[in-house]
Design a protein around this ligand. Sequence first.
Ligand SMILES: C[S@@+](CC[C@H](N)C(=O)[O-])C[C@H]1O[C@@H](n2cnc3c(N)ncnc32)[C@H](O)[C@@H]1O
Length: 241
Amino acid sequence: MVIYRKFSTGLKLYEKIVPTNLKGKKVSSQQWLTRQLNDPYVEKAKMMNYRCRSAFKLIEIDDKNSFLKPGQTVIDCGAAPGSWTQVAVLRCNADGKQKKKIGTVIGIDKLQIYPLEGAQLLGNMDFTLKESQLKILQLLNNAKLDVVLSDMAPNATGVRSMDQENILNLCYSVLKFAVQMSNDGGTLLVKVWDGGGVPKLCKDIEKFYNHVKIIKPNASRSDSAEKFLLGRGFKGLKTTL
Ligand SMILES: C[S@@+](CC[C@H](N)C(=O)[O-])C[C@H]1O[C@@H](n2cnc3c(N)ncnc32)[C@H](O)[C@@H]1O
C-alpha cells in the first residue's frame, strides 16, 4: 500500500508517494522503494512496456545524436533485463516490423535475459571472456558492427577506487572488441562512472573514433556517478603489409 503526501517546492505542488509497508525492511531498501515509486521514468517504462527505466537514457542519447538506424548491426553489452535491446530492435528494425531495412541486434549479459522478439540474446555469458566473444562472432557470421553499446556495470564493492577500476576494465574490453569488429564510420557508446581514469579512456577512444563526447542524459539519476562516452566515426584499422 502507498500513501500520497502533498508538498510544495514553492513553484509546483508535488505529490510524494510514501510506501507504508516498510516494516522490517532495511533503510537502503526503504530508500530504494521510495525512489522507485517517485521516479517518473519508472512509471513511463511500465506504460511503454520497457523492461526498465534505462531505456530512456538510450532513447535520449540517440534522439540527440541519431546513430541507431534501420538495417544496422548492433551489439548491446550488459543487456539484461533488456530495455536498451528493446530500443535497438525498434530503431534498427531488427524485428522486421517496419517496411525498412532489417537490422541485427545481439544482446549479451552475465545474467539470464528473457527472449525478446528480433534480438539474438546470449544470457549467462561474461562479455570479457574469449569464448563469449567467439560466440558473438558466430552470430555475426562475418558481418561487422555499426554500433557497439555497453551499459555494463560491475557489482559495486563499495570501494570507490576498485569499482572505478572494474568499470574501466569493462570499457576497455568493449573498446578492444569494437575496434576489431566495427565497420568504418561505426559508433561506440559506453557507460563509465566518473573518476580518475575517464580522461585517459576518452583519449584512448579518440585514437580510434573521429569525435568523442561525454554525455549525462536527463534520465540518468543526478546522484549517480554514471556518464556515457559516445565515440562517432570509427576510423577503421589500418593494415600494413
Ligand atoms: C545497468 S544493467 C544494464 C541494463 C540494460 N542496459 C537495460 O536497459 O536493460 C548492467 C548489466 O551489466 C551486466 N554485466 C556486468 N558485467 C558484465 C560482463 N562482464 N559481461 C556481461 N554482462 C555484464 C550486469 O549483469 C547487468 O545486467
